[in-house]
Ligand binder design. Structure first.
Ligand SMILES: *[C@@H]1O[C@H](CO)[C@@H](O)[C@H](O)[C@H]1NC(C)=O
Ligand SMILES: *[C@@H]1O[C@H](CO)[C@@H](O)[C@H](O)[C@H]1NC(C)=O
Ligand SMILES: *[C@@H]1O[C@H](CO)[C@@H](O)[C@H](O)[C@H]1NC(C)=O
Length: 270
């Protein structure tokens, strides 16, 4: 038994090794960070001073502020943690080339503009995405639901609007989805109702479990307002029609058949 476990362990180790060495991440990962550095506004100069690319030593990017590699001696980004650096501008570019990245944290900066609609193509393998405490606006892209490895998605304290995509219902592996303090509206997808209400707080238009029920639709109101009026008119009309019809039909059955003026009342009664 232990021999077999050892074999499996060895096999996994071999797989990991072959996987990492066959990724050829280095050049792409360096390109990824260069493009990010160029595309974000960095008023405090933190990335400018820390991300110096003229050192070709394998693993040199692993010393950069916010960069964590899979292995310290290999230029392959595992996580990018750029929180609280005073960064501004749009969602960073170049992330496509950080092909081994699993964790992206851009929280507590001043990023603005939309979350890219093709985010699932740019960073398909993320397990954790934290964009909280920025100024991201527009809608939550439906494509986020194609990030099938995503466990943690934190979007709280932005200016996101629109509905939470119904496609979140296919997100069985999400263990955390925080969208509090945005401008979201509409019904919370049913698959997300197991999360605590605090994850959805501060969105005036959001409704449904775990928050309060959604308000009844306008249609109901219209019917309730109009019903009494219909009742008043039709009940008087129907009563008059019934009496008149009864008298006419009883005493003058031939009128009943031919008189057009009685037809509206007959229809009302029926
Ligand atoms: C290059 O980076 C490595 C690892 O961070 C460091 O030890 C070395 O001193 C650097 N070399 C130069 C020339 O900056
Ligand atoms: C990814 O890296 C390649 C090679 O360096 C480069 O040509 C390409 O423009 C990069 N893609 C992005 C989105 O930056
Ligand atoms: C974000 O940017 C606005 C102006 O664009 C500025 O007033 C504000 O102080 C910035 N916030 C942070 C946390 O850097």
């Amino acid at each position: 038994m232990s021999g077999m476990a050892g074999d499996i362990q060895f096999l996994l180790w071999l797989l990991l090794l072959s996987n990492s060495s066959s990724c050829f991440g280095s050049e792409l990962d360096i390109q990824c960070l260069k493009t990010i550095q160029q595309s974000v506004i960095d008023p405090k100069g933190i990335l400018k001073s820390s991300w110096i690319f003229d050192n070709g030593t394998e693993g040199f990017i692993c010393q950069f502020t916010g960069v964590e590699c899979w292995h310290p001696g290999e230029n392959m980004v595992f996580s990018l943690d750029l929180d609280s650096l005073g960064l501004e501008g749009q969602f960073p570019q170049g992330l496509e080339n950080c092909t081994s990245m699993r964790v992206l944290d851009l929280s507590t900066n001043n990023f603005s503009g939309p979350i890219p609609s093709d985010i699932a193509r740019k960073v398909p393998d993320l397990a954790s995405l934290d964009l909280s405490y920025n100024s991201f606006s527009s809608e939550i892209p439906v494509g986020i639901s194609n990030m099938v490895h995503l466990n943690i998605l934190n979007l709280q304290h932005n200016q996101l609007s629109g509905q939470i995509p119904g496609q979140f219902n296919v997100f069985t592996q999400l263990t955390q989805l925080i969208v509090a303090y945005n401008q979201l509206s509409g019904r919370i997808p049913s698959a997300l109702q197991m999360f605590p209400p605090s994850y959805f707080a501060g969105n005036q238009g959001l409704c449904g479990a775990p928050l309060d029920d959604c308000p009844r639709k306008r249609k109901w109101r219209r019917i309730r307002v109009r019903l009494p009026r219909i009742n008043d008119e039709s009940s008087i009309g129907a009563a008059a029609g019934f009496v008149a019809g009864f008298v006419v039909a009883f005493y003058f059955p031939h009128w009943f058949i031919f008189s057009r003026s009685l037809h509206p009342y007959i229809f009302r009664i029926c």
